[in-house]
Design a protein. Sequence first.
Length: 322
Amino acid sequence: MRRRHVLAGAGMLLSAPLRAQEAWPSRPVRLVVPFAPGASSDTLARLMTAKAAGPLGVTFVVENRAGAGGLLAAQAVARAAPDGTTLLWGGGTAITHAVMQASPGYDVLRDFTPVTTLAEHPAILAVRSASPLRDMAGLLEAARRTPGGLRYGSGGVGTPAHMAGAAMLKLAGAEGIHVPYRGANLATLAVEQGEVDFAFAISNIALPRAQQGAVRILCTAGSRRMTALPAVPTLGEAVPGGPIVTSGSSVVGPAGLPEAITRRLHAGFRDAVTGDAELRATITGEGGEIVLSDSPAAYAAAWEGELRRLQELVRVSGARVE
């Protein structure tokens, strides 16, 4: 009789966590977006959560935290309770600050739980439509001919776009003048208005502007040519050893997120993408590539790889936060 009571008690202890996970979420799930409302990444986050809400059976609330270049968003999620009700959109933001900031307020490998990748948007090198720079060979020749003569914009000091420009010029044996702006949209506008000669901007910002004839695209910075721009070379083709610079649409949570909740989130977001042709068309139509992680563990491995890649980009470019 005593043994039966002990076994029954053990069963109750084992079933409690399962019931808690089955009851997830106890309230709406907050998705923290490190961008301002209306930004292209914010729009995609809202579309993605609207599509995933049904498969997951949850209500999402998008919270925009654009302060300090997204650092505040990453810090908020790193410090959140690991109950599956606070998530971060775009894990690359957390990685970028971990590399560029001496003390970001978290350990990027210990304080987050990678959940899933969904898509990536390669950076695009754009010039104004009326620019005499017609291709990468012409741009690099002009940069070498007039050291410091070409001005390039980015969404801020220490951003991947800044580092991409600095690394490209350094690898090509050229120089340039960096002009930082408050966000990639403003940097792209500066290209259109002729304030700078070129800028790297994420595809979902630059591609629509190119389709409208406002800018011309000379190269992309993905690992392969973009599906939407098969005739446009990659930066690596134009400059041997040129960096890969992409912005990922992904979801991460705080450290300690229960495995069952992590797997459920991963499956729900994956189902939203694979089961919705309209969503996939929206992503690819803006120059994105569908990149679905096979499992949370696969994304965790990619997370570490992205950290190493960004550390190498910092080393090659020499860029630092001022």
